[in-house]
Structures are given as C-alpha cells and as structure tokens.
Design a protein around this ligand. Structure first.
Ligand code: GRF
Length: 212
C-alpha cells in the first residue's frame, strides 16, 4: 500500500508503526506528498520507506496531477492507497482507478462536519460526542462507505486544540485497524455501505467508544 500526505504525517507514523509488526498485512511501498518538504516525508525516510514529491502546482490541471500520482503509485506496486492528511480533493477518474482501495481519515463522525475546521464546528454545535472516521473515498468530499469510527467525549472547557488532540489520539488507533481489515479483504462494499460479512468478532476493530 501507499500513503499520500500533505503535512505533518502523524497518521502516516501510526501506519508505519503498525507495519513494524511482521504479522501486519499491509506494507508501505511508497509515501507521496504533494507538498515539498512535508514533515511526513522525513518520517517515511527515517523508516526506510521510499518517498516522492509530486507538487500539484507543477501541473496545469488536476487531472494531469492525478494521472502522475496514479502512475507513481502503480509503479511502486501499491494496491491500496491511504490518504492521511492529504489536502487535495481527488477527482472521479482517480477515485475510479483506485475504486474501493482508496481510504481516507477524516476528523469528525461523518456524515456530520465534512470539510475543514471540524473541531471548531463541533464545539460551536455543542455536540457531546466527536471523533473520526475512516472511509472509502468517493468523488463527493468526505462522503464514502464508512469502514470504522472512533468517538471521543467533548469535555467542558475544551478548546479546538484540546479536542483536536483527543481526536488525533484515536485517529492513530483507528486507521491501522481499518487498513488491516481492508488489506485482509474483509470489508465488502454494497452501494454506499461498507460491511464486514461474518465478521462479528472483528466489529471491535471498526469501533472505538469513549468510556463514560
Ligand atoms: C488528521 O486530523 C486527519 O484526520 C486529517 O488531517 C489531519 C492529518 O494529520 N485528514 P497528520 O498529517 O496525519 O498528522
């Protein structure tokens, strides 16, 4: 599998760390950043993983950028692509090319709060549970079959930073678990819904709940 990033790469680090277990079923063959110098590239290099920078600003159109990105991912032998803080919206051709093998992590309990500034919006809305979602990517932003979700409480006195930190902690647990299920071929997609057929024992891997 490959990971595409734009920044700090803490979720990438969680996937790298999961892969240190020899029984983990997915191996990272390439990390691509669209942002030159992204910190996540250093994390990959430190783990001995091949990296590439494909700067979207070097391409006249989104399609051309995505064609180059797909080519690099294919050439590296990637069968699954994980978006981890990848700050580009991908188009239908790219989504189709990686159909149901393209994952994203989003910092809210989708379908609420798609898009940016999810923690500030959760605080402004006064929700008592917030969290993150790992989902298959569809051309519509932050809208695709949900593989797993992790919830955290919103506590009195929280600000954007404290809430973001609480969510990020569970992101790092959830993403490797969901990738494992996909890499093992356990996740089925029907229409807009992802399920684990016969996987009752695995349901815990898709769900992280706060203890109250
Ligand atoms: C995470 O909060 C992720 O959910 C969102 O972007 C952030 C990336 O953080 N899509 P990092 O680069 O993985 O540290």
């Amino acid at each position: 599998m490959a990971v595409v990033i734009s920044g700090r790469g803490s979720n990438l680090q969680a996937l790298i760390d999961a892969g240190a277990d020899p029984t983990y079923p997915a191996k990272i063959v390439l990390v691509v950043s669209n942002v030159p110098g992204a910190a996540g590239l250093d994390r990959a290099a430190a783990a001995g993983i091949a990296t590439a920078t494909i700067d979207h600003r070097d391409f006249a159109h989104r399609d051309a950028f995505e064609t180059a990105l797909s080519a690099a991912l294919s050439k590296a032998g990637a069968e699954i692509v994980c978006m981890a803080g990848f700050m580009r919206i991908v188009g239908p051709a790219f989504v189709t090319r990686w159909s149901d093998r393209l994952l994203n992590i989003h910092p809210s309990l989708l379908p609420v709060f798609p898009g940016l500034h999810t923690h500030a919006r959760a605080l402004a809305a006064g929700v008592k549970l917030h969290g993150c979602t790992v989902h298959f990517v569809r051309p519509e932003l932050d809208n695709g079959p949900i593989i797993g979700q992790a919830a955290v409480p919103v506590l009195p006195g929280d600000d954007e930073a404290s809430l973001a930190a609480r969510v990020l902690k569970v992101e790092h647990q959830l993403y490797p678990r969901c990738l494992r299920l996909v890499a093992e071929g356990r996740v089925m997609v029907e229409e807009r819904v992802a399920t684990l057929p016969g996987g009752d024992a695995e349901t815990g891997a898709q769900l992280i709940n706060p203890s109250l």
